[in-house]
Design a protein around this ligand. Structure first.
Ligand code: MG
Length: 219
């Protein structure tokens, strides 16, 4: 396999173990309105932008016969919960080594995340090695039209690095994110977890049980 022109990394659940914390924050926010979210619903929220998740959770709360006036009301309840949890996220096994290996091999890197700029800063602060990824596309990026599962996040990340997305390796953990990367034409690597074991991923995606399995210079 030829080496990548660049590596495009998802953040949540891929480089940092934030997904259980995000899920917990959505669960508690919905609970504040009287709705109990199920595991399959929490899985659907993975990899998607905060506003897209909020619209979905709002719909579930209303379908449950509960009252929540707006996306903003829901996010106002969730925000302080998320801010408490997210700085606690640990790196995923092998993540720091992979990023440092890209750096050592001069493989360009970009963060292609659904997370907003402020949320990314909150999560990155305890992990100085993530500053090695200098190029970023955020979920609230002014240059971004549609969030994952649309391909735009990966297309914009490749464009900012000046590389062809079809020559990039994209690393994802969520069904929505993997779909976005495949639609952008990237070679897709999916980090599986217990939560996504039964999920379906795009045909041709390379499934990983750990980032430690990635070989950048195997030839
Ligand atoms: Mg993810």
């Amino acid at each position: 396999m030829p080496p990548p022109a660049a590596c495009l990394f998802d953040l949540d659940g891929l480089l940092l173990d934030t997904e259980p914390l995000h899920a917990q924050a959505w669960r508690q926010a919905a609970q504040a309105f009287g709705t109990q979210l199920q595991e399959r619903q929490l899985l659907q929220l993975r990899g998607r932008r905060r506003h897209d998740c909020a619209d979905q959770v709002l719909a579930w709360i209303r379908a449950d016969g509960r009252h929540c006036s707006s996306r903003e009301e829901l996010l106002a309840v969730r925000q302080p919960i998320a801010e408490r949890y997210l700085p606690l996220a640990a790196p995923m096994p092998g993540a720091e080594t992979l990023v440092r290996r890209c750096q050592a091999l001069a493989v360009p890197m970009a963060l292609a995340t659904s997370s907003s700029r402020s949320a990314v800063e909150l999560k990155l602060a305890p992990h100085p090695w993530l500053a090695l990824i200098g190029t970023r596309v955020h979920g609230d990026d002014p240059g971004l039209r549609a969030g994952k599962p649309a391909p735009d996040v990966f297309l914009l990340a490749a464009e900012r690095l000046g590389v062809d997305p079809r020559c990039c390796w994209a690393f994802e953990d969520s069904p929505a994110g993997a779909q976005a990367a495949a639609a952008a034409g990237c070679r897709v690597f999916v980090l599986r977890s217990d939560a996504t074991n039964s999920a379906s991923f795009p045909a041709g995606a390379m499934l990983l049980d750990s980032l430690q399995q990635v070989q950048l210079d195997a030839g």
